[in-house]
Design a protein around this ligand. Structure first.
Ligand code: NAP
Ligand code: CA
Ligand code: CA
Length: 274
C-alpha cells in the first residue's frame, strides 16, 4: 500500500499532542478516581480512560482512516496489519501513578501495513520523550540515541517482575547479572535498555500495548526483542517478551529456560499471572 500520509507531519502532530499532556496532567491527577479490573492489583483510573478517549478523538479528527488498538476500549481489533494502525497504552504503570504519582508513561506506536513506523514512550512526570522513526533512528528529547555497546550479563543491570519467576530462576538471574532494578512500567523499564542503562527487561506475558513502541526502538538501536524462543513477537498478540542488549540476550534466555524453566513452581503465588 502506498503511503497516503506524510510521516514527518504525523510525527510533529503526535509530539504536540503529547506535549499538551504536560498542561492537562496536574488537573487529571487531582481529580483521579481509581477502579479495579480483574483483581485488587489490576487498577485503572479515569486518567487512563480520558487520555485514551482524547487520543481516539484526535485520531478520528486528523486521521479518520487510521485504526486504534488500545488497552482500555480495544476499539479496532480486526485487520490490524493492513493500513495505518495505532497501538496505545494510555498509562503504562498505572499502579505507580496511583501509589506514587511517578514512574508512569504513555506508549504509542504506528504500524503501517504491519511495519513499525513511528514510536513514542513519554515519561510524563519527567517530561522525557523517547521517540523513533523508521529509518531515521531513535531519540531521547530529540537527541539521537547511539546504538548500544555490547554488554555481557555479568556487567548488566536487568529488570523483570519477580512475582512471575520461580525462586530458582530468579536467583540464577541475580547471580549471573551485575544487578537488578525494576521501575514497574514496561515502557520505562524497556527505555532503560534503549539508553544502555539496563541490559534487559523481561515481561513473561506482555500485552500488545505494553510493547508496541519497543519494536521500532529495537530495530533502530540494534537491540534484541524476541519471545523466549528467540522468535519475533507478533504486535497484535504480544506474549512472552524480552528486550535486550545483544551481549546478554542469549545468556538470559538460557537461564530462563534452564532446568524446567521459569514457570516451574510459579503457581505458588495466588495472584493471577495473566
Ligand atoms: P504493576 O506494577 O501493576 O505493573 C507493572 C507493569 O506490568 C506495567 O507495565 C503494567 O502495565 C504491566 N501489567 C500490569 N498488570 C498486568 C497484567 N495483568 N498482565 C500483563 N502486564 C501487566 O505490576 P504488579 O503489581 O507487579 O503486578 C500486577 C499484575 O500484573 C500481577 O498479576 C502480575 O502477575 C502481572 N504482571 C506480570 C508480569 C509478567 O512478566 N508476566 C509483569 C508485570 C505484571 P499497566 O500499568 O498498563 O497495567
Ligand atoms: Ca501496560
Ligand atoms: Ca495501561
Amino acid at each position: 500500500m502506498v503511503s497516503q500520509y506524510d510521516i514527518n507531519e504525523i510525527d510533529n502532530e503526535i509530539k504536540t499532542w503529547l506535549q499538551e499532556l504536560n498542561l492537562r496532567m496536574p488537573s487529571l491527577i487531582e481529580e483521579m478516581q481509581t477502579d479495579t479490573k480483574k483483581n485488587r492489583f489490576d487498577l485503572v483510573t479515569n486518567v487512563d480512560k480520558m487520555i485514551e478517549s482524547d487520543f481516539e478523538s484526535f485520531i478520528n479528527k486528523h486521521y479518520p482512516t487510521h485504526k486504534l488498538y488500545s488497552e482500555e476500549a480495544h476499539q479496532a481489533t480486526l485487520n490490524l496489519k493492513e493500513g495505518y494502525t495505532w497501538v496505545m497504552d494510555p498509562i503504562d504503570g498505572t499502579a505507580n501513578l496511583v501509589k506514587q504519582q511517578d514512574d508512569y508513561c504513555v506508549i504509542l506506536a504506528l504500524f503501517v501495513d504491519g511495519a513499525p513506523t513511528l514510536s513514542y514512550i513519554y515519561d510524563v512526570p519527567r517530561q522525557i520523550l523517547y521517540h523513533a522513526q523508521k529509518g531515521k533512528g531513535a531519540f531521547i528529547n530529540n537527541k539521537r540515541l547511539a546504538t548500544v555497546t555490547s554488554l555481557p550479563l555479568s556487567e548488566a543491570i536487568i529488570s523483570f517482575n519477580n512475582k512471575v519467576l520461580n525462586d530458582e530462576t530468579m536467583h540464577e538471574l541475580l547471580k549471573a547479572s551485575f544487578g537488578y532494578r525494576l521501575i514497574g512500567a514496561c515502557g520505562l523499564d524497556s527505555a532503560r535498555v534503549f539508553t544502555g542503562q539496563f541490559g534487559a527487561h523481561i515481561h513473561t506475558n506482555a500485552k500488545p500495548w505494553d510493547i508496541a513502541a519497543q519494536f521500532l526502538f529495537a530495530e533502530e538501536l540494534g537491540l534484541e526483542m524476541t519471545n523466549f524462543d528467540k522468535q519475533p513477537i507478533d504486535f497484535v498478540t504480544g506474549g512472552p517478551y524480552i528486550i535486550s542488549n545483544p551481549g546478554c540476550h542469549e545468556e538470559i534466555l538460557d537461564i530462563l529456560l534452564a532446568d524446567g524453566g521459569y514457570k516451574k513452581e510459579q503457581l505458588r503465588l495466588k495472584t493471577d499471572l495473566k
